[in-house]
Design a protein around this ligand. Structure first.
Ligand code: AMP
Length: 295
């Protein structure tokens, strides 16, 4: 594995089919599942590690975002990365950008509404990564389902010759979705945070039992999220992210909540009853996450 810091170096080192895994670092098994999938499908796996200021609203969140480049390089290498691209701020933005990428529609509700400018920051940095690295494949987690939908739309609208691959949400053994921000949770907050995935699972159970009403599913989920400050719990269309009244097509039940100072998001994919597919709850670790220092 080689650590590089410029787009030129990435392109010089890359051979054959290139698979890109964009991250903000502080890697966990969710990220590593993307790296492993990229290693299966590509000749050169590039993991980018960049905490992108453009996508943060609250300065506080940006400043306290966890960072550890050596740890990230070691974990990425072990999972199959060939290149870790960890640019400094001025390699990514040599000058304050005057060209920003705004995705409409799919980027407007939910996260778009609560975090103004967030998806513009994401779309701009992903555009730069796609343009500067020119991967054939790029891997994203369904944990950030709206982000994945925004990127799929961006790639379609701007004709990027890249295949976007979405991967299942990786959860801790008790169901909590892995997030780098989980390291901020106190034991009490972690217990409260478990209500987020617990609520989504309860609603997915109801959906699988035949409940199609979005309001009823949302109510079921909220009833379990009692110890967190819920920002939204909503059933939306899986492609457009518009609100649904009934789960009559592929949908996402998405939630965001604050636990103390930490904001967490999670979701479950819901398939229409006719498909018999039930729900996409992601996958669970059978051991403690490496986020907490066990190697
Ligand atoms: P981040 O470092 O949070 O920007 O995430 C980088 C990539 O990893 C994004 O595509 C995320 O969707 C993905 N990711 C983050 N957490 C998880 C998770 N628990 N399971 C699967 N993918 C994840």
């Amino acid at each position: 594995m080689k650590l590089v810091t410029s787009f030129d170096q990435v392109r010089q080192e890359a051979r054959g089919r290139v698979g890109l895994v964009p991250t903000m670092g502080y890697l966990h098994e969710g990220h590593l599942s993307l790296v492993a999938a990229a290693a299966e499908a590509a000749d050169t796996v590039v993991v980018s590690v960049f905490v992108n200021p453009l996508q943060f609203g609250e300065e506080d969140d940006l400043n306290r975002y966890p960072r550890d480049r050596e740890r990230d390089a070691a974990l990425a290498s072990e999972a199959g990365a060939d290149l870790v691209f960890a640019p400094e701020l001025d390699a990514m933005y040599p000058r304050p950008p005057q060209t920003l990428v705004t995705v409409g529609g799919v980027a407007d509700p939910l996260e778009g509404e609560r975090r103004p400018g967030h998806f513009r920051g994401v779309a701009t940095v992903v555009t730069k990564l796609l343009a500067g690295i020119r991967p054939q494949l790029a891997f994203f987690g369904r944990k950030d389902a709206q982000q994945l939908a925004v990127i799929e739309r961006l790639v379609l609208d701007l004709s990027f010759p890249v295949e976007i691959v979405g991967m299942p949400t990786v959860r801790e053994a008790d169901g909590l979705a892995l997030s780098s921000r989980n390291v901020f949770l106190s034991p009490a907050e972690r217990g409260a945070a478990l209500g987020i995935s617990g609520g989504l699972f309860a609603a997915a159970d109801r959906a699988e039992a035949g409940v199609r009403s979005a309001a009823e599913l949302e109510e079921t989920a909220r009833a379990v999220m009692t110890a967190v400050d819920v920002e939204y719990v909503e059933v939306v269309d899986a492609v457009e992210f518009t609100r649904l009244a009934t789960v009559d097509r592929q949908a996402v039940l998405a939630a965001a909540a604050r636990v103390g100072k930490t904001r967490l998001i999670d979701n479950i994919g819901l398939f229409p009853a006719a498909t018999g597919l039930g729900s996409d709850r992601g996958i669970r670790l059978d051991r403690p996450s490496r986020l907490y220092g066990a190697g």
